[in-house]
Design a protein around this ligand. Structure first.
Ligand SMILES: C[S@@+](CC[C@H](N)C(=O)[O-])C[C@H]1O[C@@H](n2cnc3c(N)ncnc32)[C@H](O)[C@@H]1O
Length: 220
């Protein structure tokens, strides 16, 4: 699943036709509970699920799967050059790092020539709107151009949650300077069947403004 709209890889085929995934080495970045890796494994691929969070990987372990789980920072991948055919990330790592180019360069390094990296993030336009599912989430309340990170702190003033904003142009530039070729930018439309509200995502907003941006990049 690429995002809250409900676009899944069976429909999107952004990593290629599912039948071609068989035997492919695939790295999932910011895997969380590794649901993407579980699906990839079921297609006959050889996934590796990577996340910074030990807690998330414990969830992955509890749910199960026969693929490796790796605790590491996406900015310093513990793999040799050209180890993977494909890489993917559904809202993993990239929205949360101050230097996304570091991550993109690392992913490019571990991909084999011709390899694809497909990643989804919150659509940058959402930064300008309140994160509310109702009508209050439809009026611009902040600058789209303000790159000041969103930070939540604990009582001691330590950052416990940080999101970094990149404009659409920033993302395209980050991809280009990392040595990837941008093949596609998918902005899933909110489908009629999806009536779910989750955080700031809702049918009301989804029908009017994009919520997810999926970047399809290739290592030439
Ligand atoms: C929004 S969750 C997405 C999880 C999963 N991909 C999904 O679709 O449910 C973001 C994940 O990225 C991980 N993450 C954040 N920063 C990271 C980093 N620098 N390196 C690796 N993983 C990171 C978090 O621990 C978290 O599990």
């Amino acid at each position: 699943m690429w995002g809250p709209e409900g676009l899944d890889e069976v429909e999107a085929e952004l990593l290629g036709p599912p039948e071609d995934l068989k035997g492919k080495d695939v790295l999932e970045i910011g895997a969380g509970a590794a649901q993407c890796s579980r699906w990839l494994g079921a297609q006959g691929a050889r996934p590796v699920a990577l996340d910074l969070s030990h807690r998330q990987l414990q969830h992955a372990l509890r749910i199960g799967g026969t693929f490796p789980l790796v605790q590491a920072d996406a900015g310093t991948l513990p793999f040799a050059d050209a180890s993977f055919d494909l890489a993917c990330s559904a809202y993993g790592a990239l929205p949360f790092v101050a230097d996304p180019v570091l991550v993109l360069r690392e992913v490019r390094r571990v991909l084999r020539p011709g390899g694809r990296f497909v990643f989804s993030v919150t659509h940058p336009i959402r930064w300008a709107f309140p994160d509310e599912p109702g009508p209050e989430g439809l009026s611009v309340s902040a600058s789209y151009f303000d790159r000041t990170p969103y930070v939540e702190q604990d009582q001691q003033g330590r950052a416990v949650y940080v999101e970094h904003h990149r404009t659409l142009g920033d993302r395209v530039r980050d991809i280009a300077v990392s040595g990837f070729r941008l093949v596609d930018l998918v902005e899933p439309e909110w489908p009629a069947w999806n009536t779910a509200e989750w955080g700031g995502w809702s049918p009301l907003r989804g029908h009017l403004i994009p919520g997810t941006a999926i970047f399809v990049c290739e290592r030439d």
